[in-house]
Design a protein around this ligand. Structure first.
Ligand code: CA
Length: 408
């Protein structure tokens, strides 16, 4: 499927009769991987392979949709099996435009085998690809299909400052340099990892605050490595340092810990990347532990479910800053969703949702697309902002040679 074919299909060469006959012909997973030039870490592990899991849904009329599943390394290999061997047989021959019916069919058939985790991650990639197809058939970018643009560009925050196997003092110096570099590159805020232990983590956060100055937002991501007591120790320091948010301080299951931290700390408590579906999010939001919700569209159930979770978040007056991980397909999906996100609560100068962006080396983010998004270049040129792609569907196409070259 070429861009020209997609464009031709969108320009009306797809007659109503063809559209009504359209069927899902094939679902394929492209799991991509390479050895990273440098090992990186977060509070749970060090890793040295970069992985992406791209989903391709082919139709019998020549239109192809693209999606992405969250999940690194061997998780991607297992999710590929779910996509190709479990989900594909359920939906072959279905009309790809019946995406919500397809979502519920898959979820209902997998419900007894997992209402969270890998079945939902696999479903997410398929659902995103079906929305891409819907946009291409309608001749509309995804954000127009959802309801239109609340904004035509979004501010971008840079995350980096990953853990390394080095002594804490040298890591603090490295974090200071990286934080200053992220600010210098034009990002509107910077996010750091922690995970050495509460005392050392405070030293890291102090180094970052000194490096960026007092008038620049920085956020701290613990990837759920603390007990509630340790999270209070770090959180009180973050209160003093004026950090913007404290992300996944405790385990995602520890709803009481989240609620206690939110009640007892000034810093915003952020989380939700490890939560799934409207039902998981309902419980998370009702427990009152989040100042900022971070749904992951490539994990929680795709765009269909993301939109329901977004409505739930807004029903609880909880602002949303999407979690973003993975390749340029995930970045493009999130740009479309951020364009279509209503301001909360609204006003002349609302705090806008930011795009999360990985500033570490990542070839699947930079080189996957036939026309790269060049987020870093846009950020440097446009005061920290990135434009919303206005092509059909997600508005991006992966390079097939690239997919083949990095295929596992
Ligand atoms: Ca995170």
């Amino acid at each position: 499927m070429t861009n020209q074919q997609n464009a031709a299909a969108a320009e009306g060469s797809l007659k109503p009769a063809e559209r009504s006959r359209m069927k899902i012909a094939r679902i394929a997973s492209h799991v991509l991987q390479y050895e990273m030039p440098e090992e990186l870490g977060y509070s749970q592990q060090f890793y040295n392979k970069r992985t992406a899991h791209i989903v391709e849904v082919e139709t019998d009329v020549g239109i192809t949709g693209w999606g992405e599943c969250f999940g690194p390394g061997t998780v991607a290999l297992a999710n590929r099996t779910i996509v190709e061997q479990v989900i594909q047989p359920m939906v072959l021959g279905s009309d790809p435009l019946d995406r919500d019916a397809i979502w519920h069919k898959i979820y209902n058939l997998l419900r007894d085998h997992g209402q969270k985790g890998m079945p939902l991650q696999a479903l997410s990639g398929v659902d995103i690809a079906l929305w891409d197809i819907a946009g291409k058939v309608a001749g509309l970018p995804l954000h127009k299909l959802i309801g239109g643009a609340h904004r035509h560009s979004v501010p971008v925050y840079g995350y980096g400052m990953m853990l390394r196997r080095e002594n804490p003092a040298s890591l603090a110096a490295r974090f200071a340099d990286e934080a200053a570099a992220i600010k210098e590159m034009g990002f509107v805020a910077a996010k750091m990892k922690v995970g050495l232990g509460p005392k050392q983590d405070v030293v890291l956060a102090e180094a970052v605050r000194r490096a960026v100055g007092d008038d620049f937002d920085f956020m701290v991501d613990a990837n759920h490595c603390y007990t509630t007591a340790d999270a209070f120790h770090v959180g009180r320091a973050l209160d003093e340092l004026g950090a913007y948010w404290f992300e996944e301080p405790v385990a995602p299951e520890d709803l009481a810990g989240y609620a206690a931290l939110r009640a007892g700390l000034k810093v915003n408590i952020a989380g939700g990347e490890a939560e799934f579906s409207r039902w998981g999010w309902r419980t998370l939001l009702e427990s009152g532990g989040l100042d900022i919700a971070q749904p992951e569209v490539c994990s929680l159930g795709g765009i269909s479910e993301y939109l329901r979770v977004l409505a739930l978040c807004h029903a609880h007056f909880t602002p949303v800053v999407n979690h973003v991980w993975g390749s340029a397909i995930a970045v493009a999906t999130n740009l479309q969703l951020l364009a279509a996100m209503p301001p909360l609560p609204g006003g002349l100068y609302p705090r806008e949702p930011m795009l999360e962006f990985d500033t570490t080396e990542n070839g699947f983010r930079d080189d996957l697309l036939t026309e790269p998004l060049d987020i870093q270049g846009q950020v440097a040129r446009n005061e920290g902002r990135a434009a919303i792609p206005d092509g059909l569907g997600l508005g991006v196409e992966p390079d097939r040679d690239f997919l083949q070259h990095f295929a596992v």
